[in-house]
Ligand binder design. Structure first.
Ligand code: NDP
Length: 628
């Protein structure tokens, strides 16, 4: 396209300035408002409600025409240009191929309403009738009704005029497809790409565009170079492919087609160290690579996920509008999306999020197990109990879906009873446990939850062991209120460990993660959203250590005995309760001022001369004893 000039026309109040600015931002070209070219005498006349004559407009149109012809980098001009003669004057001497007219039109009542709402403008509403009388319907250019939202209008302009699109999505699996639909519903012009695998994956993008009405204006590609070419620069490309080699393959294939400043975002569950490696690779090519943690599953992707971004702040600033528009909103209406920090911070906190999720799920499984198998409740009775807990301040997304699952029937049977107990996982829990070990973060509950899945996965071994042993049988005497409070406290300990883990990583990598802001992002859209998270957001603003916040002291003190009684009662069960037991161990351990670890230090020194510090020498000097 040769240095394009877009002129957006319409009566005052039609929204041409808003649309013009959006289009100019999208095209990364200058924007001008023709009103700024009026001489003072024209403005004075209009301000007191006197309509301009053709003679009044002559000098103004001449100045605008000169301005248009001087432009070297393209231009979006918002200009009333009500008559054809005005439009002819504006376009005089301008290459016809580069001149694009977009005319906004609508009912006078709608425009009047908008003008009344508009606060700062010299044009009084009384001039509207004169504007409508002067307006001549154009016989060429793009005519767009203003009854749509600005985003819809922009999308129509982009698709009708075959302009470069705003966002690209690579990988139209579960997450990619739903995120693309979310973007499209919110007015973004999209390019969609999915690889072609002959015989199995063909025309995936094209089929998505045909299947979902909101994607009908999206452009579909099976050629990566064509996909890249279709995007406005700097390009914003969201990868939603499987973590690992697929991300490397797609990124490597993209690089030769990208240009300086383009932004590639990896929205999958990638390991944060892989993200940092790819960021370094991107920088070598003058590109940006953002690691974008996305949580909320399929429905979150469609309706508003929580988004945790890591990487360059300038690159984030360019994609912030898109990501924050599609994200869930917190109770104050703010987007549950933000730049968490540089480097791999986004993917690190997504990994930690998943780790917290593992323990939250395991705790619910343990509560269910205790109520169903040790106390003899039916799944419906467990669901009713949990529903009361939810009403009593324990509301969370995971609790909500657990209740729905417990009540779900297939015919007269509970579907749950037909589901195999072999638990699976996709790796983020293992990564979190490994990262915690490397950092020295006591992530005991998350790790117990992960290991509980490993035990569950070894079904054949469990069956053999169950046949080989008769577990000692005891009556479990467990109070339901104790179990509820034990669950509440265990959740706080889990969150405490998760945020502590993030804080340690943030200090080590100098990410400056704002824990309270992170908790805010996790109050909606993501899998671990809950009432507890709302409170955690407030507490973390005042204390980086959740359990040391005075607001929690009462709850911890009151619930601690309940956790003790629960763990004590469940120790007589034939079933395993690793997360509840781990919670108590974590709380006891972290509140023990004089730990038994002095024996560990002595043992280490005994067999390995690893030295120890003495409590009666605060200098930190290391000692060794010849023990034999
Ligand atoms: P899917 O398996 O549904 O989709 C994966 C997509 O990646 C498909 O479009 C697939 O293409 C494409 N793909 C795979 N390998 C390649 C390759 N080598 N080259 C090009 N394209 C490739 O996965 P999801 O959408 O569920 O997940 C995507 C990412 O998002 C993962 O990292 C996942 O962990 C993460 N995630 C998933 C969530 C979920 O709830 N599902 C939640 C949050 C994050 P094709 O169709 O041709 O195979």
């Amino acid at each position: 396209m040769s240095i394009p000039i877009f002129i957006i026309t319409g009566v005052s109040g039609s929204g041409k300035t808003t649309i013009g600015q959006m289009l100019a931002t999208h095209l990364a070209c200058p924007f001008a408002d023709a009103d700024a070219f009026h001489p003072p005498e024209n403005i004075s006349k209009m301000s007191v409600g006197i309509a301009l004559t053709d003679a009044d407009r002559a000098g103004w149109l001449l100045a605008l025409n000169q301005y248009i012809r001087q432009q070297k980098n393209g231009l979006v001009l918002a200009c009333s240009a009500l008559k054809q003669t005005y439009r002819d004057q504006l376009g005089q001497g301008v290459d016809e191929d580069s001149l694009h007219w977009i005319h906004l039109y609508g009912e006078m009542d709608l425009v009047r309403r908008r003008m009344v709402e508009r606060k700062v403008h010299f044009m009084p509403e009384s001039l509207l009738v004169s504007q409508f009388n002067t307006w001549e319907k154009p016989d060429s250019g793009l005519l767009i009704p203003i009854s749509q939202t600005p985003e819809e209008i922009l999308r129509q302009i982009i698709s009708t005029m075959a302009l470069p699109t705003q966002w690209g999505v690579v990988g139209l699996g579960v997450m990619g497809l739903n995120l693309a639909r979310n973007f499209a519903r919110r007015g973004f012009a999209l390019s969609l790409y999915n690889r072609r695998l002959a015989g199995t994956e063909e025309k995936v993008a094209e089929k998505a565009v045909a299947q979902y009405p909101e994607l009908q204006e999206a452009q579909a590609f099976e050629s990566l170079p064509d996909f890249v070419q279709s995007l406005a620069r700097p390009r914003k490309i969201l990868l939603m492919v499987n973590a690992g080699t697929a991300v490397d393959q797609v990124f490597e294939a993209l690089i030769p087609h990208l240009t300086l400043g383009d932004i590639v975002m990896d929205g999958g569950n990638s390991h944060y160290e892989d993200t940092q490696r790819r960021q370094a690779e991107a920088a070598r090519h003058g590109l940006f690579f953002l690691g974008v943690g996305v949580s909320g599953g399929e429905s979150g992707a469609l309706n508003g996920p929580a988004i945790m971004c890591g990487g360059d702040a300038q690159a984030y600033a360019q994609v912030a509008t898109g990501l924050e528009t599609i994200a869930a909103k917190d109770t104050g209406g703010q987007a549950c999306a933000a730049l968490i920090g540089p480097g791999g911070a986004g993917h690190f906190v997504k990994m930690a999020h998943n780790g917290i999720e593992y323990a939250e799920m395991q705790l619910l499984a343990e509560v269910y197990s205790a109520l169903r198998w040790d106390l003899g409740y039916t799944p419906d009775e467990v669901a009713d109990t949990l529903a009361h807990w939810a009403e009593d301040g324990l509301q969370s997304y995971l609790l909500e879906i657990t209740i729905a699952i417990l009540r779900h029937r297939e015919g007269s049977d509970w579907l749950l009873d037909k589901i195999s107990d072999k638990a699976a996982h996709k790796g983020t829990g293992s990564w979190a446990s490994i990262a915690a070990s490397e950092l020295g973060a006591p992530l005991t509950m998350m790790t117990e939850a992960l290991f509980a899945r490993f035990v569950a996965a070894l079904r054949d071994n469990r069956q053999a062991m169950a046949a080989a042993y008769v577990t000692p049988h005891h009556q479990v005497v467990l109070d339901q209120q104790d179990l509820k409070q034990a669950y509440q406290l265990a959740r706080w300990i889990n969150h405490h460990q998760g945020f502590q883990f993030i804080q340690l990583a943030s200090e080590q990598h100098d990410w400056q993660v704002n824990l309270s802001e992170l908790a805010r992002i996790w109050t909606n859209g993501c899998i671990i959203r809950s009432e507890l998270m709302q409170q955690a957001r407030e507490y973390l603003a005042e204390s980086l250590d959740l359990l040391l916040h005075p607001g929690l002291r009462n709850a911890v003190t009151t619930f601690w005995p309940s956790l003790q009684r629960t763990v004590s009662a469940l120790s007589y069960s034939s079933r395993a309760y690793p997360c509840l037991m781990s919670a108590l161990a974590a709380l006891n351990g972290s509140t023990t001022a004089n730990a038994a670890a002095h024996l560990i230090q002595a043992q280490r020194d005994y067999f390995g001369a690893h030295l120890y510090e003495r409590v009666d020498d605060p200098s930190g000097k290391k000692y060794h004893t010849h023990w034999i």
